[in-house]
Design a protein around this ligand. Sequence first.
Ligand SMILES: Cc1cc2nc3c(=O)[nH]c(=O)nc-3n(C[C@H](O)[C@H](O)[C@H](O)COP(=O)(O)OP(=O)(O)OC[C@H]3O[C@@H](n4cnc5c(N)ncnc54)[C@H](O)[C@@H]3O)c2cc1C
Length: 301
Amino acid sequence: MTATASDAAPAAVHFRFFELEVLRTRRLGHSFLRVTFGGESLAGFRSGGYDQSLSLFLPPSHQEHTVLPSTDEDTWFGAWRGMPDEDRPVMRSYTVREQRRTPEGVDEVDIDFVLHGDACPASAWAGRAVSGRRIMAIGPAVAENKSVRFQPPAATDAILMYADETALPAAAAILDRLADGARVKAWFEVPHADDRLTLSTRADVDITWIVRAGGAGRERTEQVLSELRTAELPAAEAPYAWIAGEAGTIRAVRRHLVQERSVDRRAVRFTGYWRLGASEEELLAEAYAGQAASEDPTSDL
Ligand SMILES: Cc1cc2nc3c(=O)[nH]c(=O)nc-3n(C[C@H](O)[C@H](O)[C@H](O)COP(=O)(O)OP(=O)(O)OC[C@H]3O[C@@H](n4cnc5c(N)ncnc54)[C@H](O)[C@@H]3O)c2cc1C
């Protein structure tokens, strides 16, 4: 989930702890690894679909499974923060790509991890995930919850989407759920050509894949903006935009849509999924220090 202090302690009635056990993994493209989780506690897991996110607690490399001193709603946070640095599981936000019950009655949840480097705890954990490993998660116990951010108003007559690779699982899950005939223009930015995954949807979707040319920061954002600037948007009276990915790029895409394309700023749902040069702890620390509101595009303006 987005790194804000309030998200770190979600409302008990909507969210609770689940224990997830790795059942299997599958490489989806150059950058994506799908980890399928099971576990008895998933019987109470209620994904709201779309871009449903959850918080994972991933063990340090010297531990096989996640150990938390408390999963009690009132005490877990202080207990987790109080753990020695070297033993404290990292908390990271991810997307429920799919929840399903198999014909055999097994509850499963897929999470698609971007493998972006072994020095980064969540990416590294995914890279070494094997069946039987157990992690903890704070996830939805009711389908209607605030971690489903995709909420187009009823009058929406076209949907605009931008996602980088971290938000592609969310975009794919949104496309899965859209109704027949929904009109969508989407830009999906990925690091490699074979990250252009096959996506299923009943919607009427026009996807532009942007394969990153290798630039970082401003250069990368410019590549995205140049695609957006030359694109024809679907004619619409009430477009709704959902954009998610690296925070700097998200800020620029939002500005483009609002200032250059006259999309109503209230109809743009934008979420920074990560920020170049900052780990999720650092984003969380900023949120605690109260610095995030002005800079962090994850705050819903
Ligand atoms: C609501 C929400 C849903 C998300 N869903 C997903 C999802 O389904 N799949 C997914 O892979 N990610 C998802 N993310 C993004 C993920 O939480 C971040 O990428 C996170 O930083 C990964 O943790 P880490 O331990 O690997 O790296 P961190 O320790 O957090 O970061 C270490 C360094 O790596 C950089 N970094 C972080 N992510 C990337 C990246 N992808 N590519 C290159 N550099 C990076 C950071 O800027 C930092 O410099 C989601 C984020 C949010 C807020």
